[in-house]
Design a protein around this ligand. Structure first.
Ligand code: NAP
Length: 488
């Protein structure tokens, strides 16, 4: 049996978003040393980067909370982004991890050394070594700009949805919006009542599930404040319904749940009097194939006098606006690009060199992947939270990160106790997992014939394709036989 090497291991955490803060709090509770590295000057990850009008989390707020820091104060069933950012800042402060974050100093390099530790270097030249690295760098953090002729020629203000320029006036002006994903739909709902004209350039119609915007009353909040059990129960019930119910059923494109979602959307579409508009926004693929869009105001917004849904393809951008294939110039004052993110970036750009000098960029030259979505064969003692192949589209990202963290800690404790000398999945286990994952992914709703950010370069969904129950089970009991040197 391996000898204990790390009685009190230390951790480098990369990223102070939802997953990084979670890791910091849990490591602090466990009494382990850590440093959190954050590239920006503020924590909050996606909720810091995205501040566009209408931003909210369409996952119910009482699920989108840490299980150990439930929040009786959520204003809405699906609360606005600024409130979510405040929540993460408040939790980090309350647990005392906010002052353990190195802000504005991005990690540029992680190297596994001969001493079997990780050397982490930042852009400012700061170097620290750790026993373990936890990459909590997020998925959707590098904006993807559209490859459209003349993009840079636009004369007015132009910005990506995740880099919103709040100095630019919008009220009464002519705004162009490219993209109708979850972001574009939220922006459309928020801008429709404010602007002079909103031209929404839609390439593919979306299944937009209508929901009511439910605000919690003061009485309900008071109940949550005074009855911790009620808050726990709500979190538990919503989590079960969301992950085991919705999240698992939607994987199967043939499921009755998907039929029900389509039927609900079709009711809403049928109520649109303008036939041309109705046809434009009616999708022609299976609901759930792209990430479902949830909205309380899309169907009203698209029928507003200020809004035009433009489905003619974009030919080029000109100084005055957007020219579509029908030859029309849509004159604009401001152009917003809600065109999504580069989804294979994860820890990039960062040089991560594992055992035997192997470079992560080489390992991921074709596409990112990871054993159980958490560990990598050539990169000992390195964990990813919400990394490649992690459940992205259907399960709660916070619960996913919590379960992944517990998995990582289970393995770390085995190093602390001497059962394992390091955490390194075998190449064979990683390959077996990936083969099984790919086979299952081909049979999910994401592969039923649409273009989406869930698909890798081969057109195979890169997310976790198994039911939530399996995710929970795998996270609760690491398959020790899949790790080098394990005696299991
Ligand atoms: P997205 O889902 O990738 O959508 C990008 C949009 O831009 C699509 O409508 C796409 O059209 C369009 N587009 C891209 N390139 C284009 C081009 N060259 N010409 C014309 N149109 C182009 O990005 P997103 O809306 O930012 O959402 C990304 C993810 O973030 C979501 O799926 C979700 O997971 C997350 N999110 C969550 C929430 C929430 O409330 N929880 C809110 C916002 C975002 P096609 O459809 O034709 O590709």
């Amino acid at each position: 049996m391996a000898q204990p090497t790390h009685a009190s291991p230390t951790f480098g955490i990369i990223g102070a978003g939802m997953s990084g803060i979670l890791a910091a709090i849990k490591l602090q509770e466990a009494g382990y040393g850590f440093t959190v590295f954050e590239k920006a000057d503020r924590l909050g990850g996606t909720w810091r980067d995205n501040s566009y009008p209408g931003i909210a989390c369409d996952v119910p707020s009482h699920i989108y909370s840490y299980s150990f820091a439930l929040n009786p104060e959520w204003s809405h069933f699906a609360s606005p982004g600024s409130e979510i950012l405040e929540y993460f800042e408040g939790v980090a402060r309350r647990y005392g991890v906010d002052d353990q974050i190195r802000f504005s100093d991005p990690v540029v390099r992680c190297t596994w050394t001969e001493e079997e530790r990780w050397e982490v270097e930042t852009a400012a030249g700061h170097i620290e070594t750790f026993d373990f690295v936890i990459a909590a760098t997020g998925i959707l953090h590098h904006p993807k700009l559209p490859d459209i002729d003349g993009l840079d020629s636009f004369a007015g203000p132009m910005f990506h949805s995740a880099r919103w320029d709040h100095d630019v006036a919008l009220d009464g002006r002519r705004i162009g919006l490219i993209g109708t994903g979850s972001t574009g739909v939220q922006i459309t709902g928020a801008l429709a009542p404010r602007v002079g004209r909103l031209s929404v350039f839609q390439r593919t119609a979306q299944w937009v599930v209508p929901v009511e915007q439910v605000a919690y009353s003061e009485e309900e909040k008071q109940t949550f404040r005074t009855d911790a059990d009620a808050l726990d129960r709500l979190h538990e019930e919503l989590t079960q319904a969301f992950n085991d119910g919705f999240g698992t059923s939607i994987l199967d494109g043939e499921s009755e749940m998907v039929d029900g979602i389509e039927a609900r959307c079709r009711e809403e579409l049928a109520a649109i009097a303008d036939e041309e508009l109705r046809a434009k926004i009616t999708p022609t693929y299976r609901a759930g194939c792209k990430r479902l869009v949830i909205s309380h105001n899309w169907y009203d917004a698209v029928q507003a006098e200020t809004v035009e849904i433009v489905t003619d393809s974009i030919e080029r951008i000109e100084p005055e606006g957007v020219r579509t294939a029908d030859g029309r110039l849509h004159e604009l004052d401001v152009l917003v690009l809600a065109t999504g993110f580069k989804v294979d970036s994860f820890m990039r750009p960062m040089t991560i060199t594992g055992a035997d000098g192997v470079d992560l960029d080489d390992v991921w030259a074709q596409r990112p992947s990871a054993y159980m979505a958490i560990t990598l064969p050539g990169f000992p003692n390195f964990f990813m939270l919400n990394g490649p192949n992690s459940p992205v589209g259907n399960f709660s990202l916070i619960q996913t990160a919590e379960l992944q963290f517990e998995y990582a800690m289970d393995l770390v404790e085995r190093v602390v106790s001497g059962q394992l000398s390091r955490i390194r999945p075998t190449e064979d286990a990683a390959r077996r997992f990936e083969d099984e994952r790919v086979d299952a992914a081909k049979n999910t709703v994401w592969a039923t014939g649409c273009n989406s950010w869930y698909l890798d370069d081969r057109g195979i969904p890169f997310a976790w394709p198994f039911p939530f129950e399996r995710f929970r089970r795998e996270m609760a009991e690491p398959r020790l036989g899949d790790y080098e040197g394990a005696n299991a």
